[in-house]
Ligand binder design. Structure first.
Ligand code: UD1
Length: 425
């Protein structure tokens, strides 16, 4: 297993362009199945999760190539609606294939994507939405089979604005007969990106970005070329890293509106942030201030995917901050690791009480999930001494070579891969 070795204490500085958004690219790749032919997607980052999605699409009969940051995907010879269990288990986002497969083949055979380090992550809202569009669902053990001779538009209300369920239902409804209204829909920017992509293929969707999405079914979709939005979570990760190391970083080609809750919190912490068009400049030279209360909630509120990263900044702040996680029940596991680096954090239920310390110290720590791993990297960059982050494969799911990106900003960070053992003859 790879490790990241970080010599901390050096302020980040420089200019960087951020990768395309993983959470936009994954549903867009799945949605490409809805049109027969060759679709080209630009700004697709090289990540483990993207590799898994492309492998699943190949297994379904598609041809997929990922060179530079462009994916060329020919879906013409897709021939099966069965996603193999071993691939399904590698990534929760494989569930995005349910809607497109059901729409294209009248059937989707998938498996429970399995638990996850950050919480239970049910899929009941996905299944209820597909049922409302006319699918029959059979669950035997881990296996889920959805069938529908015909999908018909419906009025669907989500009891919680789930990002994945909103996207799955949109993908199943675009080719359904008639009108679908999805209320209490999630409003994340990645959903707006999926709407733009589907509409570029000929769909008729309105309302993404609000809590009501309307979809007028069309007969067919045609392939297109599309560029994915910049990754707001990677942007936010670099912003927090710049502040935690008391550096000066300029991020180009961003969408600052997608980060307004983070910008607001960081400014409250005393970090200087200048927004100029699609450029965000982050600078900090003093110790951050504590922020009384931050609560993670669906967009546009503070994102759960930046909770662990902001916790590092607050660990270094002057005063006590409270950070409450409301989206995933198991998403405070990084607290133990940060404590090993000298952070003073007490957890009570889903709230972390963070008493800032003047400095963190290098240690050997373990990435327990993707964003927790990113937080430990930030902590390592800010800490005094050497930090080794283990289980880097979690980080590789969402950050395109994080060490290369941070080295460009002057960080002292390197990857160490295990030396292959010579076989015993
Ligand atoms: C997406 C993001 C993930 C982010 C999350 C919340 C992708 C690929 N992943 O995940 O990075 O952390 O949004 O912003 O876009 N739930 C149910 N039943 C369901 C679906 C969800 O109870 O059928 C619950 C989940 O257990 C969780 C909450 O709803 O507690 C949020 O989940 P959801 O919004 O669906 O997140 P994902 O789409 O899995």
């Amino acid at each position: 297993m790879d490790k990241l070795v970080i010599e901390g204490g050096k302020p980040l500085s420089g200019t960087i362009v951020i990768q395309g958004a993983k959470n936009a690219a994954l549903p867009i790749l799945a949605a490409s199945l809805l049109a027969e032919g060759t679709t080209t997607i630009d700004s697709v980052p090289h990540l483990l999760d993207i590799d898994v999605m492309l492998n699943i699409l190949r297994e379904l009969g598609c041809r997929a190539e990922h060179t530079d940051d462009t994916v060329v995907l020919d879906t013409t010879s897709a021939h099966t609606s069965h996603v193999p269990e071993n691939l399904m288990k590698q990534m929760r986002s494989s569930i995005f294939l349910m809607g497109p497969l059901l729409s294209r083949f009248g059937e989707a055979q998938v498996y429970q994507p399995g638990g996850c380090a950050i919480g239970e992550r049910k899929i009941d809202l996905h299944l209820q939405g597909l049922q409302a569009l006319g699918a029959e669902i059979e669950e035997v053990g881990n296996r889920i089979v959805c069938r529908a001779n015909k999908l018909t538009g419906a009025d669907i209300h989500l009891s919680f604005p789930s990002v994945g369920a909103t996207e799955n239902i949109m993908m199943a409804a675009v080719l359904a007969e008639g009108h679908t209204t999805l209320s209490n829909a999630a409003r994340e920017p990645e959903i707006q990106d999926l709407q733009r992509f589907l509409n570029a293929m000929g769909a008729k969707i309105m309302g993404a970005g609000t809590d009501t999405i309307t979809i007028e079914g069309v007969d067919r979709l045609t392939p297109c070329r599309y560029k994915v939005i910049p990754d707001r979570i990677v942007t936010g990760t670099v912003m927090v890293a710049a502040a935690a190391t008391r550096g000066q970083v300029t991020l180009q080609e961003t969408q600052p509106a997608h980060l307004s809750s983070l910008i607001h919190v960081m400014r409250r912490a005393g970090v200087q942030i200048v927004v100029d068009g699609d450029i965000i400049k982050v600078g900090s030279s003093a110790r951050p201030k504590a922020v009384e209360r931050i609560v993670t909630s669906p967009y546009p509120a503070f994102p759960t995917d930046l909770q662990s990263q902001i916790m590092v900044l607050l660990s270094l702040a002057d005063g006590v901050s409270i950070l409450k996680e409301t989206i995933f029940e198991g998403r405070l596991k990084h607290v133990d690791e940060l404590s090993r680096m000298g952070a003073d954090i007490r957890v009570d239920m889903n709230a972390a009480f963070i008493r800032g310390v003047p400095r963190l110290y290098g240690a050997t720590v373990e990435a327990t999930d993707l964003r927790a791993g990113a937080a430990l990297v930030i902590a390592g960059l800010a800490a005094q001494g050497r930090t080794t982050v283990e289980q880097v494969h979690h980080i590789d799911r969402g950050y395109d070579r994080i060490e290369t990106m941070l080295t460009r900003l002057g960080a002292r960070i390197s990857r160490s891969s295990p030396v292959p053992q010579a076989p015993n003859l």
